[in-house]
Design a protein. Structure first.
Length: 604
């Protein structure tokens, strides 16, 4: 559970599906039946468009036939495919589900088919969809990863590479179930829905039905958690604590470990799980006419509103207790991984306020706005001080601590000691200095933007609110078209309003020509890879390490399999600064293909 929480170059969850081309307009929805003509039919730039279409095809075929494994993708590859990475080093037989992996590439390939009508792209998208069908958990969701070599091979990966990734606790244990984290299940479900709607292939409808069943079965029923979702499902034996080898190294007043046990069973807002699941259900309502899904959407929206904490700390945590636990009542903010303490989370609060805006837009119910001023007032009350920012370079450009202590309203800051998972651990205290680089101790919260949006929505007339709500996907009675493209930017709630048109960004002929030239005759784009890993070499030493070389780095000693930037390694032997290797990056393929799609067949 990372990627609106850990802001490394590879780990920007919501940007995984997006190129850097998000248009200014949020107007959305024209759908797969959009009849905006491609540039060749406009009589201008025909040669340039033909070259762009040819480049798109060559790049897609190379990724499909050479780079992918049975249609499945990871995140990064050395050009000879000798080493491949998802969030960690991956076996060649594996595919990564979490974006920007397999479903992200699938969306881009299907978008290219929409832009060109060339069956080559559909064939590649179909192959990726069939990979996801195979990877789909029997319960209907998806895990972060899948290994085509079978269960034993996957377990071996977890027991070796996964178990030694110090900062990647979600991979240190094999649950054997599926996850809502990092939008892997959500993006896969969206892609399978689009594949079914394209040609009504029953293989993909079966997958969509399983995904819908998974989302509904996992939704909490009854009590304060009603309508929310856990991080993983079905319930499995999870991680209830992490190694705590040297408590003597803890400063006075520090806490350590998972404060509320197995975090996968709590209601989670991390990585906008609720928002992603609601969006998938709305897409099913709009694309399939599944009006029975309106009720679970409403339950989910009400859960988010219900779990806003009482003032003056009127925010949300990453997780909330689904049931009474350890003497604390259901609904209370809960801890998650050992570097996600029991606290309120400023960035999660910002996201949830933005979701309340969305819920108001699609329902017209002003009660979703009622407590937004309390949340904004709380965010105003807990900013970083100038001294804190000056003391910690990793807080530069941030406005708020990531975590705020319950009751005291002061920041809780994460630290770590040791050199690997076997001799090190994370702890939390109030010291804002020397925080890890892989998990930001501070966030940039746009309070002014939240206030502007609130003022705009709260000031709408009753007539304007009624007109807006009438266009809601919740009002759909028959199946209709979805947006034409899903990989150029993220499809959002506003894109699903009836009559909206999801416009594409403008890409110049010069920009398209540069991408064609960069592709060359090699048929793939090469970019510097910002993350590499140490090869698995066994478990690291358990002997105490009291140094500080690894406390603010992405990786520990050479036994740590966590990814890191080769230009910013720990300042200790045997690490040395190295150039970033050139490789094939799935996110860059999606972004570049998206630019060519927008050039070839823009939606205006």
């Amino acid at each position: 559970m990372t990627y609106d929480n850990e802001e490394t170059p590879m780990l920007k969850r919501r940007s995984f599906m997006l190129s850097t081309l998000a248009p200014a307009a949020l107007a959305a929805c024209g759908g797969s039946d959009d009849d905006t003509p491609a540039n060749p039919d406009t009589g201008s730039g025909t040669d340039a468009v033909a070259q762009a279409r040819d480049a798109m095809k060559r790049a897609a075929v190379y990724m499909d036939q050479t780079v992918s494994y049975r249609g499945g993708y990871v995140w990064q590859y050395l050009p000879d495919l000798s080493i491949t990475w998802g969030e960690m080093e991956a076996k060649r037989s594996m595919c990564w589900i979490q974006p920007p992996g397999t479903p992200t590439a699938g969306h881009a390939l299907l978008d290219a088919y929409h832009a060109t009508g060339d069956e080559t792209f559909y064939t590649a998208a179909e192959r990726t969809a069939l990979a996801l069908v195979q990877a789909q958990h029997p319960a209907g969701g998806w895990n972060y990863i899948y290994d085509f070599a079978g269960e034993d091979s996957l377990r071996h990966w977890y027991e070796t590479i996964g178990a030694n990734g110090w900062r990647l606790e979600e991979f240190q244990h094999y649950y054997g179930n599926a996850t809502f984290d990092d939008a892997g299940t959500a993006v896969s479900s969206q892609f399978m829905l689009r594949m079914y709607l394209e040609k009504k292939d029953p293989r993909f409808l079966a997958s969509v039905d399983k995904a819908i069943g998974f989302v509904l079965a996992a939704q909490f029923s009854g009590g304060v958690a009603d309508g929310g979702w856990p991080q993983r499902f079905p319930v499995a034996n999870g991680i209830s604590s992490m190694p705590q080898p040297n408590p003597q190294l803890l400063p006075a007043g520090a806490t350590q470990g998972m404060e509320d046990g197995d975090y996968t069973r709590h209601v989670t807002f991390n990585d906008d799980v609720a928002g992603e699941n609601i969006k998938f259900l709305l897409l099913c309502i709009k694309g399939l006419g599944r009006t029975e899904l309106v009720a679970p959407v409403q339950r989910a929206m009400d859960c988010l509103r219900r779990l806003q904490q009482p003032g003056p700390q009127a925010g949300w945590g990453l997780q909330h207790l689904a049931t009474d636990h350890g003497g604390r009542a259901a609904g209370a903010p809960a801890g998650a991984r050992s570097y996600e303490p029991r606290a309120l989370a400023t960035h999660t609060t910002q996201t949830n306020v933005q979701q309340l805006f969305n819920y108001f837009r699609i329902t017209g119910d002003r009660s979703y706005l009622a407590r937004v001023p309390e949340a904004i007032a709380w965010l105003e009350s807990c900013k970083l001080t100038a001294q804190q920012i000056a003391d910690n370079p990793l807080l530069n450009g941030r406005t708020h601590p990531t975590f705020i202590e319950l009751g005291t309203n002061v920041g809780r800051f994460v630290h770590r000691y040791g050199s690997n998972i076997h001799n090190g651990a994370y702890y939390v205290d109030h010291d804002h200095r020397n925080t890890p680089s892989h998990y930001s101790a501070g966030r940039n919260i746009n309070i002014a933007g939240l206030q502007r949006t609130y003022d705009e929505l709260a000031g709408m007339s009753d007539a304007a609110v009624a007109e807006m709500a009438a266009r809601s996907p919740l009002k759909v009675t028959t199946a209709g078209a979805l947006p034409k493209y899903f990989s150029l930017r993220e499809v959002d709630f506003a894109d699903l309003l009836t009559g909206a048109v999801m416009t594409s960004p403008t890409v110049s002929e010069a920009d398209a020509a540069k991408l064609v030239a960069d592709l060359g005759t090699k048929n793939h784009w090469l970019t510097p890879l910002a993350q590499v890993t140490n090869p698995y070499r066994g478990d690291g030493p358990a002997a105490e390490y009291a140094g500080t070389a690894y406390r603010s780095k992405h990786v520990g000693d050479i036994y740590d399999t966590s990814p890191y930037d080769p230009q910013d390694p720990p300042l200790v032997d045997p690490y040395v600064k190295k150039d970033r290797p050139l490789g094939i990056n799935t996110a860059d393929f999606v972004a570049n293909l998206g630019k060519l799609i927008a050039f070839v067949a823009p939606v205006k």
